[in-house]
Each structure stands twice: as C-alpha cells, then as structure tokens.
Write a protein that binds this ligand. Structure first.
Ligand code: LLP
Length: 386
C-alpha cells in the first residue's frame, strides 16, 4: 500500500511465462485464463455482507470453466439472449433457475417466452412490451430496469443510461408502467439499473441503490434492488486500482438506510479481465515513414476493445524480456486502418518474426467479442487451474 491507495499486485502471468510460451507453440492467436484469479475476484465480492445476490454477467466471458468457477463461488449468472441461457443450462445443468437473471435488450418475444419457460427471473425495460404482449406477461413476476437519466463508464459506447442510450424505462414513466402492470396482475419484484461499464467512482453504486430504493416504495411489491455491474479494472500501469473497500463501505451504509430490500449486483469485467491474456505471434516488423510497426497474427478480430473504444491493454514481448527497447505501434493483420492494438509502446528493439506477444487483461470482452472478419480463424482458449 502506497499513499493509502490499493496497489495492483504483480500479474499472475509474470510467473507463468515458460508455460505460456509453450502453450503458444500449439498455435496463436490463443487466450489463456487463470482460474485462481477468477476465484479470488469472485470471493472478494461474495464476502460483501450487504450483497445478497451476485450474478456474473456472462457476456464478459462465457467460457464453461469460468462459469463453473464463479457458480462454485456462489454466483448466479446474468444472461442477455436465449443463446446465453441455453449455454448456461447446458454448462451448469444443476444451477437453479432462481439463480439466473435474463436481462435482454430489444429481444424478440420468443426469447422472453423461453426464459419464462425455464423459470428464470426476467427483466423488462419498457412499457411497450407490456402493452404489446399482455398475454406473455399476465400474472407473472418480473424485474423492471430503469434509466436513471445518466450514463457512466470508460467510453461513450458503454454508457447505458440517459437520452442517447436504448436501455431502461425513464423514471417519469414509472407510474404508467406500474398501472399497466397492476392491470395485468404483473408483480414487479425487482428494480434494476445498470448505467455503464468501467465506472471508477466507488460511490456510484450506493447512489444507484438510494435512487432505486426511493422509487421502490412507490411500487410496493419490490423485494430486490439490482445495482448493476460496471466495476472497473486498472488497465494502465498508472490507473488507480478500484477501491473495493470504499465500494463495500458505501453499499453497506446505504443498505442500512433502506434495509427492506435484498441487494443484487451483476459484474462481468471485474471477475475476469485480469484473469485472461491473449497470446499472439509476430508476423512482420516494418518501418514506414519513421513509424515502426510490429505486426501480430491477430488484431481487432481477436480483441476488438482497442479498435472499438480506444481501450488500452498492456503489450509485452514474452520471448524477449531483456534488451534495449524502442517505440512501436502494434497492429493486426486485418484490412482496416483501425486494426491497431497499441500505439507508441516500448518493446525490445530486437523484436522479430515468431516472437510471442502477450496482451494483458484481455479476459473480459475479449473472446466473447472476437469474430472471423477477413475469414481469419477464431482464437483458441486454454485454462490454467493451479
Ligand atoms: N449488467 C448489464 C445489464 C450489462 O449490460 C452489463 C454489461 C453488465 C451487467 C456487466 O458490466 P461489467 O461489470 O462487465 O462492466 N464491451 C465493453 C463492455 C460492454 C458492457 C456491456 N454490458 C468493453 O469491452 O468495455
């Protein structure tokens, strides 16, 4: 601890270098996940006494071993599509549907039918669904997702509240929603808000709870308040580490102020980002007009985050740890100018074809957003479990 702020520990992969180099021999691109890291992160959240229900947002990383690991730690699972629901029950068949949350956005009617048939908790986030599909919802219990009027998070594309966002019922329509629900015998047993991803301020979640609890009194049937996910990780060496103790203290305090409700959270990134690395092989090293570029055998096809959000990931040459360094841009093989994994990074000047590159903190929204653009193959995945 320096200056009383939490510090980031040495990453797990620093001690696993030989093993990762060996694994890369089996072919790149490939992701590697460290289950011990997932377990440690999950345990931190489960230990928060004010939290009654933890759901893992599987969109961050639906790998079967990761799902089993978080369920063993006491997590339920949050799904956003029928595909995710089917995957969850195929992977963890013993999981009670009570521990699964379905929180889709603009999903087709048949996916809500499938979710109700499975007996999972269903969240809806607009009045039109009730009006257009009364027979689907009549007599059901549902959770309602609200838009609290503002979005938060690391990039405008991941802010899920406010006028520009498609998610959530505006609070001004809450009364109309409650009236329509009553007319159909629909019980609103949960209020939900997820306002974005990668939110640095640990006070955010207590404010969301306070706002939802204030509204819940008017709804009358609410048992659970879900304050969403969005817990950040420190991607850059100088980014502040998330102050989990402050997060915890904030929600414990607010829960005491409104003790009537069970409290749920649904993080994705926090559990898996640091647990995953992406291994790539260097294809070509090229200098053009004074810019040195290292080419890798995958780029935005394997990891979209830098191209889509200008996200920063640490990049290391696993094959060469010593020697002089020089600035490089690291690019992929995709035919797009935006196919850049990192700009102006210091890497060994001797970096050459065949070296193995490690992209750090790639366990969240890495493989789950990978694609076959340019007809490139999907990355492989390995799991380390010791
Ligand atoms: N709950 C809901 C309703 C969500 O939509 C999400 C994420 C989560 C929970 C989990 O959020 P997390 O704890 O992972 O921040 N692809 C972007 C992130 C998109 C997040 C989408 N929704 C990225 O790579 O930064």
């Amino acid at each position: 601890i320096a200056h009383g702020r939490p510090q980031r520990a040495a990453p797990w992969w620093a001690a696993a270098r030989e093993r990762l180099l060996q694994q890369a021999q089996a072919g790149t691109p490939r992701y590697a996940y460290d289950l011990a890291t997932v377990r440690a992160r999950a345990a931190e959240l489960v230990a928060t006494t004010a939290v009654d229900h933890c759901y893992f947002a599987i969109k961050a990383n639906p790998h079967a071993d990761i799902l089993r690991t978080v369920v063993e730690q006491g997590f339920g699972l949050e799904c956003v599509s029928q595909g995710e629901l089917d995957h969850v029950f195929a992977t963890v068949p013993e999981l009670s549907p009570r521990r699964v949350l379905f929180t889709p956005s603009f999903a087709p009617r048949r996916e809500y039918e499938a979710a109700f048939a499975r007996g999972v908790t269903v969240t809806i986030d607009n009045l039109e669904a009730l009006q257009n599909w009364p027979e689907l919802f009549r007599g059901r219990e549902i959770w309602l997702r609200l838009d609290l009027g503002h979005g938060e998070g690391h990039h405008e594309k991941v802010r899920t509240g406010g006028i520009a966002a498609k998610f959530g019922l505006p609070t001004a329509r809450l009364d109309a929603f409650v009236a329509a629900a009553r007319a159909l015998g629909v019980r609103i047993t949960g209020l939900h808000a997820h306002l974005g991803s990668g939110i640095d301020d640990p006070r955010h979640w207590r404010e969301v709870y306070a706002q939802l609890a204030g509204l819940a009194d008017a709804v009358d049937t609410v048992e659970t308040i879900d304050i969403g996910g969005g817990l950040p990780v420190a991607y850059m060496p100088d980014s502040p580490v998330f102050d989990l103790a402050a997060w915890r203290a904030g929600i414990e305090e607010i829960k005491q102020a409104y003790p009537r409700y069970r409290l749920a959270v649904e993080p994705g990134r926090y559990l898996v980002a640091e647990a995953g690395v992406l291994l790539l092989a260097v294809t070509q090293v090229v200098e053009k007009d004074g810019v040195r570029r290292i080419g890798a055998d995958a780029g935005m096809n394997a990891l979209m985050r830098p191209a889509m959000y200008e996200a920063w990931h640490g990049i290391h040459n696993l094959s060469r740890v010593d020697g002089a360094t020089v600035s490089f841009d690291i690019v992929g093989p995709i035919c797009e100018t935006g196919d850049v994994l990192g700009r102006d990074r210091l890497l060994p000047s001797a970096t050459a074809e065949g070296d193995v590159l490690l992209i750090a903190d790639a366990g969240a929204y890495g493989m789950s957003m990978a694609n076959t653009y340019n007809l490139r193959a999907m990355p492989a995945e390995d799991v380390l479990n010791d």
